[in-house]
Write a protein that binds this ligand. Structure first.
Ligand code: HEM
Length: 410
């Protein structure tokens, strides 16, 4: 799974550069006005990326049956452009639902849907509260009244929850954090191959353990899940676990980090939420819209030539859908650059749309709400350290938008 994109300098709209990653909103606003379906040539990859910035175009593209994820559906010469058929350890990591189209996608999603029961998520509510309380207690015990909201709170909370849910020993979380980070953000091929190999070996051993001693967890459920007589094969299972682990923690950390940053920078909204914690439901939706964890959806490939807003996109070209740009489209959202925790309705694209709509959205909403309300209730004076806003460093990923650190005091 290649999640990072090449840097494309010298394009009229430098969306993939480090500078744009630090604040993509002004550029997206300009593109939405000037060229809402903008072709950008990737000099390193040679791909053409068609970047979409209007809400309606983004939604239409996410639902378009000819804009798919699985390049193996293309004629061979075009599929080879995307690296052809993955082999070896990559096959064991890439065959997950977010990389596939129907009917494989439908089958895999159906299987995990069965295992990911509402009852299982409900049991995680009290666990999530417990994890949030324990992390705050640990921060308070340090006594220096200063901490990193990402490393000390936003990151450990969802990784602990997804590890417990899956049945992956929490004590091994440093290892799988390292592997998933290398695989999602890495650029060195040898390092990535080593991480993939170690990850696959680790999960394979875990599967053997669960087969011998089934537990009330998602991994055991997945081993037992069956859809119309169909079970997950080993590669599909490994890929599924990889996807759930990555999607389950690399995103929610940014909901907590970006969401808290928005509150710090909008004291009136923060005061409102602290006075009325039950506003958390609409507040979380607004955080997902205003500065959510995902900027661009995974790229889509034109399986045939397709037309978007009257623009012909040739077969084999890549379509880049900016959820960020769609979420600030003034045609859909009144005062889109205003952060309003009571905004309702709020049909944001933070969890995507169409067949790949985020499977973990109920879990993510629950975690975000508990994390933010617990932090504000337990450390009501929490605020940014002086000068933090001038030192913010955002990740260079075009997919995941999050802060490297967020230093606060209380
Ligand atoms: C606030 C946190 C989260 C956000 C903003 C988020 C966002 C997204 C988005 C935008 C997509 C669609 C990507 C695309 O179409 O290219 C997606 C898909 C997915 N997400 Fe999430 N996600 C979050 C948390 C989670 C969690 C906690 C889990 C799992 C436990 C999860 C599991 C998944 C899965 C499995 C898919 C693929 C679904 C499919 O292909 O049918 N996500 N997510």
């Amino acid at each position: 799974m290649i999640l990072t994109r090449p840097t494309i300098p010298n394009s009229p709209y430098p969306v993939f550069t480090h500078e744009a990653r630090q604040n993509p909103h002004p550029l997206y606003k300009q593109m939405r006005r000037e060229m809402p379906v903008a072709p950008i040539l990737g000099p390193q990859s040679g791909f053409v990326f068609w970047v979409l910035t209007r809400y309606d175009d983004c939604t239409a593209a996410l639902k378009h049956p000819q804009l798919g994820r699985d390049h193996l559906r293309l004629p061979e010469d075009l599929a080879n452009k995307f690296g052809g058929k993955p082999t070896g350890v990559w096959a064991a990591i890439n065959r997950h639902m977010l990389n596939l189209d129907p009917p494989d996608h439908t089958r895999l999603r159906g299987l995990v849907h069965k295992a990911f029961t509402p009852a299982l998520i409900e049991t995680m509510r009290s666990r999530t509260q417990f994890v949030a309380d324990s992390l705050i207690a640990r921060i308070q015990a340090r006594g220096d009244q200063h901490f990193d909201l990402i490393d000390d709170y936003g990151f450990p909370l969802p990784i602990t929850v997804i590890a417990e849910l899956l049945g992956v020993p929490v004590s091994d979380q440093d290892d799988f954090r390292r592997w998933t980070k290398t695989l999602v953000f890495g650029t060195d091929e040898t390092e990535m191959a080593t991480a993939a190999f170690e990850f696959v070996m680790y999960i394979n051993n875990l599967i053997e353990e669960k087969l011998a001693r089934p537990q009330p967890d998602l991994l055991t459920n997945l081993l037992q899940a069956e859809e119309a007589g169909d079970k997950l094969d080993r590669e599909e299972l490994l890929s599924m676990i990889f996807l759930l682990l990555v999607a389950g923690h690399e995103t929610t950390v940014n909901l907590i980090g970006n969401g808290m940053l928005a509150l710090f920078n909008h004291p009136d909204q923060r005061a409102k939420l602290q006075a009325h914690p039950d506003l958390i439901r609409t507040a979380v939706e607004e955080m997902l819209r205003y500065e959510g964890p995902v900027d661009q959806a995974m790229w889509r490939i034109a399986m045939d030539s397709v037309s978007i807003a009257g623009v012909e996109i040739p077969q084999g070209d890549v379509v880049t859908i900016s959820l960020y740009a769609g979420n600030r489209d003034p045609e859909v959202f009144e005062n889109p650059d205003t952060f309003d925790i009571t905004r309702d309705p709020n049909k944001h694209l933070g969890f995507g749309s169409g067949i790949h709509y985020c499977l973990g959205s109920p879990l993510a909403r629950m975690e975000g709400a508990i994390a933010i309300n617990t932090l504000l209730a337990r450390l009501p004076q929490v605020q940014l350290v002086p000068g933090m806003n001038d030192r913010l460093e955002w990740s260079d990923s075009t997919l995941l938008r999050g802060l490297k650190s967020l230093e606060v005091m209380y």
